[in-house]
Design a protein around this ligand. Structure first.
Ligand SMILES: [Ca+2]
Ligand SMILES: [Ca+2]
Length: 217
């Protein structure tokens, strides 16, 4: 607004005005929660500030017109500035609301379950997924998943795909319960980790099948 004031001073048509002091700025825009206050009537300097809290999650950006009013006769009525507006002093203002990383990732499911056949290596046993309410990609995208439980024969990639890192044996362990967490791209961790239950299924033994067949016949 300082720049705008200098433009006014440099414009001879305005310098000829008897009374060209700036008495008010008015904002024209749909529900723009901003107000402009005159700091210096002579220079036209003012400050633009939010009249109520702005929240990136509610609205990411605002566009409105700001108009300066001189101190002509009639200004100051309760209904608002009625002075002559200075036609060169309208400006379009575009405001982008920066994001704050206030939300943690949340897993879409309260519990994940899968089963695998023993002896096999899987590229992906199952995929877990978390999401985040923040408005910017930086603070809402999930950049990393981690297995919290130590010493498990599983690994997880950046997309939440869980795979086994070794062949599992039903005789050794029939099921696994592991805890998984997620991080957004601002490194904010999920408030609650999620449990993943993986059951190991035995491979059918030929001898057992043979016994069964004999019993049937
Ligand atoms: Ca976040
Ligand atoms: Ca946010």
């Amino acid at each position: 607004m300082q720049k705008k004031a200098r433009n006014i001073a440099a414009d001879p048509t305005h310098l000829r005005e008897m009374d060209w002091e700036i008495c008010a700025f008015k904002i024209y825009g749909q529900d723009a929660p901003f107000e402009a206050v005159v700091l210096n009537r002579t220079s036209g300097e003012g400050v633009l500030r939010a009249s109520s809290p702005v929240d990136c999650e509610s609205q990411k950006e605002y566009t409105f017109i700001i108009q300066a009013y001189d101190c002509g006769a009639g200004f100051g009525f309760p209904a608002g500035p009625t002075g002559r507006n200075l036609t060169n002093t309208a400006a379009v203002v575009h405001i982008q609301v920066d994001d704050v990383n206030e939300f943690c990732p949340i897993f879409r499911e309260p519990l994940y379950k899968a089963s695998v056949t023993e002896g096999k290596i899987y590229d992906s046993i199952l995929q877990v997924e978390a999401w985040d309410q923040d408005c910017s990609p930086q603070y809402s995208q999930i950049c990393n998943y981690e297995i919290v439980t130590a010493g498990t024969p599983f690994a997880i990639d950046r997309n939440g795909n869980i795979r086994n890192t070794e062949r599992l044996s039903y005789d050794k362990q029939q099921s696994y319960k592991i805890m998984v967490t997620a991080f957004d791209c601002g490194q904010k961790r999920a408030k609650e980790d999620v449990a993943v239950h993986i059951d190991v299924k035995p491979v059918c033994k030929p001898g057992w099948q043979g016994q069964r067949q004999r019993n049937i016949h």
